[in-house]
Design a protein around this ligand. Sequence first.
Ligand code: NAD
Length: 260
Amino acid sequence: MLNEKSVVVTGSTSGIGLGIARSFASEGANIMLNGLGDAAEIEKLRAGLESDYKVKAVYSPADMTRPSEIADMIAQAQGELGGVDVLVNNAGIQHVAPVDEFPPEKWDQIIAINLTAAFHTTRIAVPLMKAAGWGRIINIASAHGLVASPFKSAYIAAKHGIVGLTKTVALEIAEQGITCNAICPGWVKTPLVDKQIDAQAAVHKMPRDDVIRKVVLAKQPTKSFVKIEEVAALAVFLAGDAAASINGASMPIDGGWVAH
Ligand code: NAD
């Protein structure tokens, strides 16, 4: 049923976003990639999606801190893919510091990319979905959208914010054939997390494996990383007919973290 649907995934040049893009492409959907990175590498990813899955894949370089570029991205999806059937708000960054040492410019950047960008994509895509009478908005929040940990004030504020945005949008679009849900992953091993492992190893003067076991996965009861493919499969499920009545939910996929 996702055959030839248009799927926009923000922050899909790496990690979870790229995994989600691949999973939708494997279901026959046309994909708009977005995100930062080396132009030649991104072109390889884009062309790879087209040749591996025989779908159309386009790329938008929109910077999620810039509302005008976000508007351009949605317009490009309309022009090149014929609309936005599924919007996955995934782009995100992290910065770890105590609140009294948190750089204000990092706070602003995290709120812009992890929260405000989703407001802009949603406000521009919803009229297209309403006109089509069908749509799916999937926000990649975090276990940190439901519970907190120290030293991540901006990230946790943004992720709790996106859970609130998800609920509000869900109520507004509920009668239009559109759903809006959030996925709340625990630790997933991606470049974003690799950077944190390196930073923690330096702070704690511990080998990486010890950091992974004793620091990173301390809160994740399964003591293993969530797989990118598992998060991607949940996103694909939420876009399908079987999920038509799931609306406004924030679904943990975290090995039991928020059961604590
Ligand atoms: P990642 O660093 O691998 O990917 C982040 C993506 O966002 C990249 O494609 C990057 O280019 C893009 N991006 C960053 N700044 C951007 C900007 N200004 N404009 C456009 N794109 C930008 O990270 P990831 O771990 O795959 O994270 C993806 C999402 O999943 C994030 O929202 C993150 O908070 C969330 N998440 C990750 C984990 C985890 O453990 N990895 C857990 C819970 C939630």
